[in-house]
Design a protein around this ligand. Structure first.
Ligand SMILES: Nc1ncnc2c1ncn2[C@@H]1O[C@H](COP(=O)(O)OP(=O)(O)O)[C@@H](O)[C@H]1O
Ligand SMILES: [Mg+2]
Length: 296
């Protein structure tokens, strides 16, 4: 089987290299393709997809990135090319699920509508609404609507700071996204779901600060379904609602009430920290799932 791995970088990053390794170990042929080098064409009532002007000949594919903050037009061009390819072969994650989880607000909205508990959250273009939110909610987290690795998220307690941030963002034509701050027990959970099954999970523990991303210096400790049955169930439900065939679901537990909340589900999750903490081989699980899906 020829399995495509799609990213934008000229040098494949670690996760892509790990997938390539897994594809080879499973006896198949990896094909690395850069998203910006892909084109799609409609001609003679057929849909054709090219990479560097050559027809793309794959049995299935996995998308790892559509590029760093491309313009809306480029985003839709890239998604459109993936949709064209999806017409011929199975692709994970699907273009629809990538669109649905592209920004944090729409993911949370969809989860809430389908019965998953999410924190009190607001999305706005109005600095006064941002200010009111902090006055009413108290301590809150500002996050980039589209972002990852904990980068750019800021803790806010002062309504005027919220106003200031929101106004500054507006001058850059950007919206604001604020969420109530939930007091965590020193860690959050990263639960990795592949094909509707949890393949591995960890606590991300921090000694200082409040962001538990591995990229922010947290360290992972393996957890089991027996310890966190409800959270495992929520992670599976989250993946299903968002249509993500492989995903890392972030769940925080309220120290006071014990309630758990989904804060995001990643369509392009990283797994190096999870692999180290648990000893599992996420790349192999993902590729095995894709192969099985392709054979079906
Ligand atoms: N509402 C919140 N309350 C407390 N901590 C939070 C909250 N939202 C995020 N965090 C912390 O910040 C980290 C990053 O937030 P997340 O929403 O997962 O964005 P990112 O895409 O940057 O990973 C989380 O892993 C968590 O530790
Ligand atoms: Mg996260």
């Amino acid at each position: 089987m020829r399995i495509g791995v799609i990213h934008y970088r000229s040098t494949p990053p670690w996760s892509v290299q790990d997938l390539i390794r897994a594809i080879e170990e499973l006896g198949h042929t990896p094909v690395y393709i850069r998203i910006q080098e892909m084109d799609a064409e409609i001609r003679d009532e057929e849909i054709r997809v090219y990479a560097r002007k050559n027809p793309v000949e794959l049995d299935s594919a996995i998308i790892r990135s559509l590029g760093l903050t491309p313009s809306l037009e480029l985003f839709f061009k890239r998604i459109g090319v993936i949709e064209a390819l999806e017409h011929h072969i199975p692709i994970i994650n699907s273009s629809k699920s990538i669109i649905d989880t592209r920004d944090k607000w729409r993911s949370l909205l969809k989860l809430m509508i389908n019965g998953v508990r999410v924190p009190t959250t607001i999305v706005t273009e109005n600095p006064f609404v941002a200010k009111d939110f902090i006055e009413k909610t108290g301590k809150a987290v500002f996050k980039p609507l589209i972002g990852s690795l904990g980068l750019g998220s800021t803790l806010i307690e002062d309504p005027d700071i919220a106003y200031h941030i929101s106004r500054s963002l507006l001058s850059l034509r950007l919206p604001s996204y604020f969420q109530e701050y939930i007091e965590k027990p020193g860690f959050d959970l990263r639960i990795f779901v592949v094909g509707g099954r949890v393949i591995g999970a960890m606590k991300r523990v921090i000694s200082e600060g409040w962001k538990t991303n591995i990229a922010q210096g947290a360290h992972g400790i393996k957890i089991t379904e027996k310890e966190y049955p409800d959270e495992f169930e929520t992670a599976i439900k989250t993946a299903e609602i968002l249509g993500l065939e492989y995903t890392g679901v972030d769940i925080i537990i309220d120290k006071k009430t014990g309630n758990h909340y989904v804060i995001e589900a990643n369509a392009f999750p990283l797994w190096r920290g999870l692999k180290e903490a648990t000893g599992i081989d996420p790349a192999k699980s993902i590729i095995s799932y894709l192969i099985e899906k392709t054979r079906r």
